[in-house]
Design a protein around this ligand. Sequence first.
Ligand code: FES
Length: 380
Amino acid sequence: MNTANQTQLFDTFRYFESLLPDFARTGLFNPAAQRYVRGSTARPMATVVERRQETADTVSFVLKTPVNYPDYQPGQHVDVAVEINGVRTVRQYSLTGIDGRGSIKDKTISVTVKRAAGGKVSNYLHEHIHAGAQIEISNPRGDFAMPTTDRSAYLFFSAGSGITPIYAMACALLARGASGDIYFFHAAKNRHSVIFCEALRGLATEFKNFHHYFFYSEGAETNRLSAASALALLQNTVDSSQTPVRICGAGDFVRSIENDLKEMRYFDIQSEYYTLPKWPSEGLRSDIPVGADQEPSWLHGTARFLRAGIETKVATNLLEAAEAAGLKPKHGCRRGICHECKAHKRNGIVKNILTGKESAGSEDIQLCITQPMGEVEIDL
Ligand code: FES
């Protein structure tokens, strides 16, 4: 076989390999990627080319990716896996880089990691990962996406480290020359804890259509970010029916902004939850009659885990119910982002905790964000 044919054959294998799910991908047909493979595992390894302190407790890592690493969209995330005390541990981090902080052209990406109290992976990354280190990453994943067509205005809301995908989207919009007004509302503890603070100010200086507003929960400048407090600053200059909204942060923050904007007739809303909203949430209880003093029966739906032969009541979500019943379903983020907890439902009606949508019959579901509405049967 001549070299051209060999290359063609490898390309064909690589193409089919790229269609496999992450866990089944080997890198076998990508000689360039194999340089990044350590030991017997063959997962994409990235090299840290820069470590940048963003705030006292937040660091960005710029990563050089393997040669065949796919392009990514702002809003997507990667799984970062590290070995801590002999245990491989995985967390999801939004991609923050697009122009300036990682770029598709240079095959670099960046993730921005805020130390979480007691957080195994975030603390490990802060303490042990410096320029030159290699870390395992997944391909970019996720459906959180910015609008693909240009609009006359965009609303972005974020809180704490929820700024990371939102910042990536705003940067990408500006980089692609969007001329609509970009309104960026961010909530933080105080001015010292705003991630990308200087970068955001720089964008406002460079682009006349970029407007940012910070809201603080501590200190003399306290001003709570809500949909109402944000929109009051815009003095009704935005057309709700035409304006896309992207929100990211802790569950209750996101849920509250979402609910308020829906009431104000904003239709194009996409959110990413960094934690699940408190249980049960107001947004999901709209079907409870006002004044009802009893919890609805679906809060205590029943799950039948068919392979295990276990039936159990579900007070929160199916992942927690399965774990409480002694099962160990595969999972990652526990907040609806990574899809690692996907399982097949044979029967029954379920509700998606984040979207409030109900669905019935045979389908794949994410256990961590799904609650049963009555009895459901799961292949687990
Ligand atoms: S564990 Fe990540 S989506 Fe359920």
